[in-house]
Write a protein that binds this ligand. Structure first.
Ligand SMILES: [Fe+2]
Length: 296
């Protein structure tokens, strides 16, 4: 895999970066290619000192225009919403210009601010960011669409330190069977009990076989000590003021240190890929010979 540096934005000659991303690379902008006011950055960084009045992330959902995960003073709350709204608007505008084919069909997911120092967090295994993993969302199944995330390091001096490894097709070839792909593929698109509970209106999440496998794979990789210790590793320290993006379900990644990152998530339609066979769902379907998501 590669960290592909893009120095100039807007570019002198447009280029379709979809194949680079779909192959499991990271696009890296040494200088953030959209505007984030110094005031907004100062304000976000200052929230660290507002006591314990926040969760691990402050989240903004563009569709609901609402901030969650923060219980500061009414003045802070009033200031935070327009800052997150503006950040989300700018990063979406930039990403749509960079990747117009994805932008025509993506769904906007959460934007978030990650205020905590990653190196000193004490979390259960499944929530640890310092173990290599592919992303999967328990509450928001994608039905085979992909998770793309744009990150910006707004710390004034510290790098944000990532490790990545081989892309999804390589990991799936090695580990999908051991992680239970056949069993999940054979057990139907949704667990019968969940289908039943969902059918009578209870708040459970029906998941495709693909989504169930991806949740399982996230945990499997984190708990696989041999993989964590011995896999190929690519390290990259993202400097302050830089921005990078990747498919976080294609590129296994871990974060070892760093503080104050902004991030916007996009759910990219598998139909908008440059090569639809690149989608993790197609990789898994080839491996097990079964359909893992509903058609449509
Ligand atoms: Fe992740």
């Amino acid at each position: 895999m590669e960290f592909i540096t893009i120095d100039a934005w807007p570019p002198n000659a447009p280029r379709d970066y979809r194949l680079d991303l779909e192959a499991g690379n990271v696009l890296y902008f040494p200088s953030t290619p959209f505007t984030l006011s110094a005031d907004a950055q100062d304000f976000l960084r200052s929230l660290d000192f507002a006591g314990k009045a926040m969760h691990k992330n402050i989240a903004y959902r563009p569709s609901g225009d609402r901030v969650t995960g923060f219980q500061g003073t009414p003045e802070q709350q009033a200031k935070l919403l327009p800052i997150m709204r503006e950040y989300s608007r700018r990063v979406v505008e930039f990403t749509a210009a960079l990747l117009p084919q994805y932008g025509a069909a993506w769904k906007l997911d959460y934007a978030s601010f990650r205020p905590l120092e990653e190196s000193s967090r004490d979390l259960p295994t499944n929530k640890r960011n310092d173990l290599l993993h592919t992303d999967a969302f328990p509450s928001r199944p994608t039905n085979g669409d992909l998770i793309m995330r744009v990150f910006t390091n707004i710390h004034p001096s510290k790098t944000r330190n990532w490790i990545t490894t081989d892309p999804f097709p390589v990991l799936a070839e090695k580990f999908a069977r051991d992680a239970g792909l056949e069993r999940i593929a054979n057990s139907g698109w949704t667990e019968p009990a969940v289908r039943l509970l969902h059918g009578i209106g209870l708040p459970v999440v029906p998941r495709s076989s693909y989504d169930r496998f991806m949740l399982r794979f996230h945990e499997y990789l984190k708990r696989n000590e041999d993989f964590q210790a011995n896999c190929t590793k690519y390290r990259f320290d993202f400097p302050p003021g830089s921005t990078w993006l990747t498919f976080t379900d294609v590129v296994a990644h871990s974060v070892h240190s760093g503080q104050h990152a902004l991030e916007q998530t996009f759910i990219v339609s598998k139909r908008s890929l440059a090569r639809s066979e690149n989608a993790p769902v197609r990789v898994l379907e080839r491996l097990c010979g079964k359909q893992l998501v509903s058609a449509g």
